[in-house]
Design a protein around this ligand. Structure first.
Ligand SMILES: [Fe+2]
Length: 336
């Protein structure tokens, strides 16, 4: 399909993601930044139309190039990853590794921090080291996914809303050992980027989380959020929740990991996540499996190339990660 939007210096092709590349062979970093700044509004409109843009073939070499690229695009101000529980490392201010979750694990589609009131509006990915096989940052169109779900599931989730429960440890030798073997469970000091309980409580208040300090300084937080929202600019209705990632089930974890998790997380206060409807009703596995099937059917995967940058509208587009082999280093950042 021929694209009607044009920007001098850029070639724009495809639609999910819209792929933007230089229309001449040599395009230096400064020229890229100048072009981004000059065409902010057009690029913003393009992102609202497609939900996902992939910048390919530009000399974006390292984390600070990536950060300047995001600033030049001007979609919003950087926000940190507070409240998120994917294992990540901070690379530099506001830039993180995308996820340190085990390479063999498939991370299903989701919008970043969709269970948090102040969720980020955009998420960015930068490919520093492409994986040897697979490892795509898979994406999905949340408008299509909303339409593809069974109307009864959609209505049930929309009418009831969801309550998310998370449990985070403090200083715990067993948890640290487990994370050495396989990073899976974050401490509250990592989730809230502080060691002070007072700061945690302040951030909970700020985000409408209720909290409880439990045995051995564990922290339990809960929040009730809608399952479906309207995009703040386009007013389109999208599926916007992480119910499918808050239930321990064999489809999500795979049987060996599921059995391991069941044995270890037998006590309620050590369970990482739980999900229920806001009225206290149970969310059925049948519904969750249906959602996961629809997400799978609507997954788009493209192989990473070194120096690629992907920009997602975090309401219109979901992301996840395919399993991989090789080193894989994908950096990420968020803006609101
Ligand atoms: Fe994510």
């Amino acid at each position: 399909m021929k694209n009607m939007i044009s920007i001098e210096g850029f070639k724009i092709e495809g639609h999910f993601p819209g792929v933007i590349s230089p229309d001449q062979k040599i395009f230096d970093y400064n020229a890229l930044i100048t072009t981004l700044e000059a065409h902010k509004q057009t690029l913003h409109n393009l992102l609202l139309k497609y939900g996902a843009l992939l910048f390919r073939g530009f000399p974006i070499e390292h984390a600070s190039h990536f950060a300047t690229f995001i600033e030049s695009l001007g979609l919003g101000s950087f926000v940190n990853y507070i409240g998120g529980d994917s294992p990540r490392d901070k690379v530099e201010d506001k830039v993180y590794t995308s996820t340190e979750a085990p390479p063999a694990l498939h991370i299903p589609l989701h919008q970043e921090l969709s269970f948090v009131k102040k969720h980020p509006r955009h998420i960015y990915f930068f490919c520093e080291i492409p994986p040897v096989t697979q490892g795509e940052t898979i994406i999905g169109d949340a408008r299509q996914i909303y339409k593809a779900l069974h109307p009864e599931v959609r209505q049930r989730f929309e009418a009831k809303g969801l309550t998310y429960t998370s449990n985070y440890y403090y200083q715990n030798k067993i948890m640290r050992l487990m994370n050495k073997i396989q990073r899976s469970h974050k401490s509250w000091t990592e989730v809230f980027e502080t060691h002070k309980k007072q700061d945690v409580e302040k951030q909970c208040l700020n985000n409408d989380f209720t909290w409880q300090w439990t045995k051995n300084d564990w922290l339990q937080i809960q929040q009730t959020r809608p399952a479906v929202i309207k995009h703040p600019e386009t007013q389109e209705t999208v599926w916007f929740n992480q119910a499918h990632l808050y239930d321990f089930n064999p489809q999500l974890l795979g049987w060996p990991r599921y059995i391991g998790a069941k044995l270890f997380y037998f006590r309620q206060y050590t369970r990482l996540h739980e999900i229920m409807f806001a009225d206290g009703d149970k969310v059925s596995r049948q519904d969750l499996y249906h959602i996961m099937d629809v997400l799978k059917q609507n997954t788009v995967a493209f192989p990473w190339q070194k120096n690629d940058v992907m920009v997602l509208d975090n309401v219109l587009a979901m992301h996840g990660r395919a399993p991989f082999t090789g080193k894989r280093r994908i950096l990420t950042a968020l803006t609101s």
